[in-house]
Design a protein around this ligand. Structure first.
Ligand SMILES: [Zn+2]
Length: 492
């Protein structure tokens, strides 16, 4: 019997901080730059006798994300206590939503290498983050805790196990981040720990009916905790997929979900390996029970309708618009839609430019160079009208593409308009035939060899001659006009 096919199945749990000013159940500010333990109060410190008060803005953002993922918003959701003991959790329980979350059953369409795949969304729920425990690395065996993060509104998005490769896992994470940023739900800054990923990895053993009539079998599910970059998501998934394959090959009968259950693993990014943390807790280990200090969440239908009506544009809506209206390539669209500021800016440029392809090319090269160098959004560096004007001047032949980098530097440095820069610095291409004829005559006289080659039909020589003409005019000779003159003069 040949070895059965092994099909990768990954479900992802994603946590992200909501973009609220204050915490989930108290008025403490959410800050990432504050001194340790300075943004805390009796509520988030879990003192006896305090009462939590729900942050309405957090609930609104969570519902917005759930709608953006195509989820149903149930008429009733409730808060539960999830119990566990850990030094970064002073209450010894986390307020979460267990069996009745605020969003159910949606999906996210994800683009990867020009193809789209769909990932089902099981649920979206709201909870509070824990604090941060830090262990000294000097061997002193000391740990310290910072509770500023305790109680930060945390959205959890749980997907169906529809992801089929490490690359898809990464693309899904990126698409989810993009959606959250577009919708204004979260800032999702990975360095600040505002977004974290936990893939659940298992391989389906065989595909379709195996002749036994039984349920499909799977390798034991492993959950990788707390990945905080897209790169680590992809690497950790690839590592686990390979590890599952090896374990299964070594013991096809024993390495199954039925035999071994679930386990939780950590990821060592430096060494590029996962390691066993613990066999997985089951829900009953957490002793969930309804939170008695908070009323259930019963959203008014008009309130949900209002959020739906006020939804910002999603990345896929923007993508569709750029493809259909401006005929950009999938690659151009991927780049321009990657960030809401960039995509709004690009749309404004494209609306005003004569040629979409020239305009998109300028944004992607000259524009993004400055975005990366200065670490600023493009809308803070340039005016869309200036970029459209540069694009039009190139498209009409008024300036050469090769002066664009200089014009962009001047746009940032001087704040002058594109038209003023081109005029003041006399950057317009020379198409004046009379002047160019004189220049070409000079070039032919000074370069008899290449001129002779070109006259005899060697096309390669023309580049050299045009280059000389550009040099003589300080880069302003219109190469097409020079080429025409050369052909006329040397080939009759
Ligand atoms: Zn507080």
């Amino acid at each position: 019997m040949s070895a059965p096919d092994l099909i990768t199945t990954i479900g992802m749990e994603v946590h992200l901080h909501l973009a609220t000013r204050t915490k989930m159940f108290c008025p403490c500010e959410v800050r990432y730059d504050a001194p340790p333990n300075s943004c805390v109060c009796p509520v988030c410190l879990g003192m006896p006798g305090v009462l939590p008060v729900m942050n309405g803005r957090a609930v609104e953002l969570a519902v917005r994300m759930a709608i953006g993922l195509g989820c149903t918003i149930p008429a009733f959701a409730k808060w539960d206590r999830k119990h566990y003991y850990y030094p970064d959790l002073p209450k010894n329980y986390q307020i979460s939503e267990y069996d009745e979350p605020l969003g159910l059953g949606g999906h996210l369409d994800v683009e990867l290498d020009g193809e789209t795949f769909r990932v089902g969304i099981t649920r979206v729920h709201l909870e509070e983050d824990a604090g941060k425990l830090m262990h000294a690395e000097d061997g002193s065996n000391v740990s310290v805790v910072d509770l500023n993060r305790t109680g930060t509104p945390l959205l959890e998005v749980v997907s169906e196990p529809d992801i089929q490769s490490a690359a898809q896992a990464r693309a899904y994470g990126e698409a989810l981040r993009q959606l959250a940023v577009y919708l204004g739900v979260g800032h999702c800054n990975m360095q600040l720990g505002q977004m974290r990923f936990e893939p659940n990895i298992s391989l389906k053993i065989g595909d379709g009916p195996d002749g036994s009539g039984g349920q499909p079998r799977y390798t034991p599910i492993t959950e990788i905790k707390n990945l905080n970059s897209f790169r680590s998501v992809e690497r950790a998934c690839a590592f686990e997929i390979a590890r599952h394959r090896d374990e299964f090959a070594a013991d096809p009968a024993g390495y199954t979900l039925e035999n071994q259950g679930k386990s939780t693993r950590g990821w060592n990014d430096d060494r590029g390996v996962s390691f066993l943390m613990r066999s997985k807790e089951e829900a009953h280990d957490y002793r969930y029970f309804p939170e008695p200090d908070l009323v259930p969440f019963v959203p008014a239908p008009e309130w949900v309708d209002k959020i739906r009506a006020d939804m910002p544009e999603t990345p896929s809506q923007k993508r569709y618009k750029l493809v259909t209206t401006y005929r950009l390539s999938p690659y151009e669209v991927d780049v321009l839609v990657s960030d809401p500021d960039l995509s709004d800016f690009s749309e404004e440029v494209l609306r005003n430019a004569q040629d979409s392809s020239t305009a998109a090319g300028l944004i992607m090269t000259e524009g993004l160079r400055f975005v990366n160098e200065r670490d600023k959004p493009i809308s803070k560096l340039f005016k869309p009208g200036d970029v459209a004007a540069v694009s039009d001047m190139i498209f009409s032949g008024e300036i050469s593409r090769s002066v664009a980098p200089h014009v962009f530097v001047q746009l940032v440095e001087t704040g002058k308009s594109a038209a003023d820069i081109v005029r003041d610095e006399n950057l317009a291409q020379t198409s004046d035939e009379g002047e160019l004829e004189r220049v070409v005559d000079e070039v032919i006289r000074e370069n008899p060899g290449p001129a002779q080659d070109f006259a005899e039909g060697k096309d390669k020589a023309v580049g050299r001659l045009i280059g000389m003409a550009k040099q003589k005019t300080g880069g302003k000779a219109n190469p097409n006009v020079v080429r025409e003159i050369l052909i006329r003069k040397l080939r009759g």
